[in-house]
Write a protein that binds this ligand. Structure first.
Ligand SMILES: [Fe+2]
Ligand SMILES: [Fe+2]
Length: 405
């Protein structure tokens, strides 16, 4: 939507840019940035590539035609695509020259331009890309961190039209402001992943890929569950923003468990198993002294991710006498377990079963799904499990995106 006057437009962009500072997770941020950039131009779709080393990595997409209100449409979010920064592609050209490109019809490009339009996405999704506005994401320190592409501008009747010169100016201005916010959120993400790398030195099971998969499964399961519950979309966005980061930290408490237990190749004995269970409590203790909603959720998940719906998990309502912690025989039950932890527990177990680990091969998919389904109402909350199966194509796309190449 183009606002009444040029002045209104600039004012609106500055207001939105200020709000971007409140978003912590990088994916939530990209989602918001694309929504706003598309709103400025009434565009049907858009995507963001971020610079990773010498290439651009596909990071986020919105597409009203393919994704809005389509179950499983979120699978496009987890497309794995890396393109070189060179003159051959539109996004590559924009990144290489730190310039924008406003193209009226990518299927009819001028013969003299060095770049071509990659038709693969259109072919695989039956989408038709036409007008494309591509702008570089450049921070205030003149560093290029990625490229934003806004696709298929629409008039009031929904017909695809070219982007205007004014829209180009507005989107470029907005992209500059957004770039610094993205850089900040990327730093937060990197610090979290570094914390996980430290934990990984101790426990080779908690790899950065495992936690990224668990985080992505968790937010997608949550979104599906929440939409069915008719939870307002603003709340869904806020929860996703903190759930992704908090779920990555579900097992950081393991840093407090000794190597003799953590790295033991044989089965743990009863006493050792009791100590191992304490990783839930140690993990929660890392976040208790803070009062941000982010830390609250991280603590909640660390503490409760081994609870089971039927009450047979741990640590339950434990008591603490000085330094000694005693874990009761029965765990928390049903909705006594926080929602976030009910979700992460399913995401974590699914990923553990479907991935190879040093002591076992990956299970075959059919067996994993049968096993998980068998735990409906036992280990897992039935509603959460339903949501998981409803978006299974998205789950598979996530598994594929965060895998070793
Ligand atoms: Fe755990
Ligand atoms: Fe895990």
């Amino acid at each position: 939507m183009i606002y009444k006057s040029q002045k209104d437009n600039y004012f609106e962009i500055i207001k939105i840019s200020e709000q971007l500072g409140q978003i912590r997770d990088v994916d939530s941020l990209l989602d918001r940035i694309l929504s706003e950039a598309r709103k400025i131009t009434n565009a049907d779709a858009g995507s963001i590539y971020l610079k990773k080393g010498d290439s651009l990595s596909f990071e986020y997409v919105q597409n009203d035609t393919l994704m809005k209100n389509v179950a499983g449409g979120n699978k496009y979010l987890y497309t794995k695509q890396v393109i070189p920064i060179d003159d051959k592609s539109i996004a590559g050209y924009v990144a290489a020259h730190k310039t924008f490109l406003r193209l009226d019809d990518v299927y009819n490009l001028d013969k003299n331009v060095p770049y071509t339009f990659n038709r693969n996405f259109d072919k695989s999704s039956s989408y038709h890309t036409q007008s494309v506005l591509t702008v570089p994401l450049i921070t205030s320190r003149d560093k290029i961190i990625g490229v934003m592409q806004i696709i298929n501008a629409r008039d009031e009747e929904g017909n695809i039209i070219p982007f205007s010169k004014e829209e180009e100016t507005l989107v470029t201005l907005f992209a500059n402001m957004a770039a610094s916010a993205i850089e900040r959120a990327q730093m937060t993400r990197e610090i979290i992943l570094r914390m996980i790398k430290i934990a990984e030195l101790r426990d080779p099971e908690e790899t950065t890929l495992h936690v990224q998969r668990v985080a992505a499964y968790s937010i997608e399961i949550y979104e599906q569950w929440a939409q069915k519950k008719k939870i307002p979309s603003e709340t869904i966005k806020n929860v996703k923003d903190i759930l992704r980061i908090a779920s990555m930290l579900h097992d950081v408490g393991k840093v407090a468990i000794s190597d003799s237990i953590l790295k033991k190749k044989q089965q743990l004995d009863d006493d050792e198993r009791k100590i191992m269970k304490l990783h839930t409590i140690y993990g929660a203790q890392l976040f208790v002294d803070s009062n941000s909603d982010w830390d609250d959720m991280a603590a909640e998940i660390a503490l409760n991710h081994h609870e089971k719906w039927d009450g047979t998990g741990y640590p339950g309502f434990f008591s603490q006498n000085g330094k000694d912690i005693s874990i009761p025989i029965s765990g928390k039950k049903g909705t006594e377990i926080p929602l976030s932890a009910r979700i992460v527990s399913l995401a974590d177990v699914y990923d553990a079963l479907i991935s190879p680990r040093y002591y076992k091969n990956a299970w075959n998919e059919e067996n994993v799904l049968a096993e998980i389904n068998d735990q409906k109402g036992r280990h897992f909350d039935p509603e959460i499990l339903d949501a998981f199966f409803e978006i299974y194509p998205v789950i598979k796309a996530i598994k594929n995106k965060y895998s070793k190449d």
